[in-house]
Design a protein around this ligand. Sequence first.
Ligand SMILES: Cc1cc2nc3c(=O)[nH]c(=O)nc-3n(C[C@H](O)[C@H](O)[C@H](O)COP(=O)(O)O)c2cc1C
Ligand code: SF4
Ligand code: SF4
Length: 240
Amino acid sequence: MIFYFSGTGNSRWAAQTLAESLGDSAKSILEGKAPDLTGEARVGLVFPIYAWGVPEPMLDFVKTLPKTDGFTFGLCTCGADAGHAMKKLSKIFHLDSSYSLVMPNNYVVGSELDSPEEVRGKLAAAKKSLDTIAGEISRRERVYRVKEGKLAFLKSNFINKGFNGFARSTKPFSVTDRCVGCGQCAALCPTKTITMADGKPRWGDKCYQCLACINRCPQRAIEYGEETKVRGRYTIEQYL
Ligand SMILES: Cc1cc2nc3c(=O)[nH]c(=O)nc-3n(C[C@H](O)[C@H](O)[C@H](O)COP(=O)(O)O)c2cc1C
Ligand code: SF4
Ligand code: SF4
């Protein structure tokens, strides 16, 4: 079984692509309660990197997992590099193998996104990497292939703490006149912090910064501060 968390689809696609190659199933961690792993030949965890760390919902999920005799692996998707996220995760849940997969960047809050050419290039390279990874997993080879990047310790400890402490505010979210009140942002928010009031979304406090709301709004009606007004939006579905 391969469990995934995903904001804009990269990690879901990676999990489903691996599951297809391995003849396994991919399941969102937001579906239901902690699973029974009895008889599972393998357990995989697939998720995006947030500030060189593992997203809070994946950390919470992993803490509920029972011990397993199956082959275990983790695969993070990231725009560039993952720091020590996989090493830190494997201290909570034993991982036989760890991988990072460079995918299109969805962090529109922090910088401009990849160009369409860059996105296509990254997706083609990722598909090839997943073929290799599926082969290694099916042979139960133990592999650590993670692009950690520079200053990995610093980023995965101090900067990640700063992100979780200060950068997950919902206060900068706003909605423009383009909003048609479809309610999609509220429906897909994994923390259910978005509610609809008078036909417009309102943000509560609990936010993972998955950026599904801002990237997935079909009207491009959500902003985060000023900078996102001049930036693109990303979801993998635009490219599949
Ligand atoms: C809050 C946040 C922080 C991010 N931090 C990093 C990072 O530290 N390093 C990196 O390479 N990519 C980073 N990214 C980019 C994502 O990890 C990457 O685009 C990922 O594939 C998105 O996966 P998803 O589509 O499954 O949500 C960040 C994205 C978000 C939303
Ligand atoms: S998804 Fe976009 S258009 Fe739909 S309610 Fe949310 S902000 Fe408005
Ligand atoms: S408010 Fe937006 S960014 Fe925050 S958890 Fe919900 S969908 Fe993700």
